[in-house]
Design a protein around this ligand. Structure first.
Ligand code: ADP
Length: 399
């Protein structure tokens, strides 16, 4: 782009008439206001060649040249060098053409024989000023257009973010209402149990032997535990939903970690179930989030035990690969109908074959959330009446 002061330093005169060239040379030499170097070209072709070399601030152009004449002379110049101001030199007979050239972008026109030195320099100065203004306007317009594009993109992004936020909001409010319904429902039964056991103890304990009293105390304690678990699950899910939960990996010996969980659970379940832990693959430490990993593991083992009402073996197998940590939890329980298998990872979903086995349908959605936070995947493989296997795959580097 040609950046210009008010006065040009180099003017190209495209003119084949020697007398006209001399005259303009003379006029420009007279100018007190600016010093300018005049170069001339005697045809449109040579003029265009010279313009390609650059540093021309303004063109004075005759409309009848040996290789081109009329409006096309101007049009070719303007098409190739739109940033260089052009003043047309016309004869009286082609003044009309010159006026058309003005409407197409020429800066001015001078009629040969009818202008003097002052008028020439004034036309040159104004042409440069106008051209400068035109360039600035164009730059402003481009800038404005750019801003409009940027702003539109920003608005589009905001719109998309809003749509995502709205969808999340909707999902959350649905979740909330499901939580309220389930919790109130799930609380009523255990509260009735506690109330009835407490009332029976109050009225009949002196008639009962110790074993019977203990049975009711145990019932109260179990029910309170169940309610506490439910509240904990809801709180955990709530935390996960609102993205307050983060994955914070620490160095971990996975084999010891899993073995301890299995030992703890075995103590709780007694001898109705056999809990087995095995591991294979590469040794070594991993980086893992203890809280998330514990949630995944205990929920899967709890379910494996709970949904194996006839007892049996629950096994946890760990494979340490180079890039992945894989562990699976296998039971010999009631299994999950194929049509229910995928929806179970959503909150409050339960399979159709649970019968009287208690539950809220929150455990697997907690597991899914934790696996997601660890950057991993979980899959289920199950056959009704034969057993279920959940397999979790996590990136070995860190989870
Ligand atoms: P809950 O056990 O409280 O119902 P979960 O979210 O832990 O909730 O599990 C969702 C459902 O998936 C269960 O209700 C049950 O139908 C099914 N399920 C989960 N684990 C097992 C399993 N090991 N064997 C059979 N069914 C299972």
């Amino acid at each position: 782009m040609v950046i210009m002061q008010d006065y040009p330093k180099k003017i190209l005169l495209i003119e084949d008439d020697i007398q006209d060239i001399d005259l303009i040379q003379e006029y420009l030499a007279k100018s007190k206001h600016f010093e300018v170097a005049l170069e001339s070209a005697d045809s449109l072709g040579t003029g265009l060649e010279r313009l390609k070399e650059g540093e021309i601030d303004l063109v004075l152009c005759d409309l009848s040249l040996p290789d081109e004449c009329g409006l096309d002379t101007f049009r070719q110049l303007y098409a190739q060098f739109p940033a260089v101001p052009i003043i047309i030199l016309s004869g009286l007979d082609d003044e009309e053409l010159a006026v058309t050239a003005l409407s197409e972008g020429a800066q001015d026109y001078l009629i040969k024989g009818l202008f003097n030195a002052r008028q020439l320099t004034r036309a040159i100065r104004y042409a440069c000023e106008r051209q400068q203004l035109r360039i600035e306007l164009k730059q402003q317009a481009e800038l404005l257009e750019q801003r409009v594009l940027e702003r539109t993109a920003e608005l589009q992004q905001a719109k998309e973010a809003l749509a995502v936020a709205l969808a999340q909001e909707k999902e959350l409010s649905e979740l909330k209402s499901r939580i309220i319904t389930t919790v109130s429902h799930e609380y009523r039964t255990p509260l009735t149990t506690i109330a009835s056991s407490a009332e029976l103890l109050e009225n009949y304990r002196h008639k009962w032997d110790e074993a019977k009293q203990l049975k009711h105390f145990q019932r109260i304690r179990d029910t309170v535990k169940h309610m506490t678990n439910l509240v904990n699950d809801v709180l955990f899910l709530n935390q996960a939903e609102f993205e307050k939960l983060e994955c914070k990996p620490v160095p971990l010996d996975l084999v010891t970690f899993f073995q301890e969980i299995i030992d703890e659970q075995q103590l709780v379940v007694g001898d109705k179930h056999d809990l087995i832990f095995t591991s294979s693959g590469e040794d070594g430490e991993v980086l893992g989030d203890v809280k998330l990993l514990r949630q995944i593991c205990t929920n899967l083992i709890d379910n494996a035990i709970k949904y194996s009402p006839d007892g049996g073996t629950v096994s946890l197998h760990l494979i340490l690969e180079k890039t992945r940590v894989i562990f699976s939890c296998l039971d010999q329980g009631i299994g999950i109908p194929v049509e229910d298998q995928q929806k179970l990872f959503k909150s409050f979903s339960r399979a159709s074959n649970v019968g009287t086995i208690g539950g809220t349908g929150l455990g697997l959605s907690i597991v899914q959330k934790c696996v997601d936070l660890c950057g991993g995947e979980i899959v289920v493989d199950s056959e009704v009446g034969a057993g279920t296997k959940f397999t979790v795959m996590l990136p070995r580097k860190s989870f």
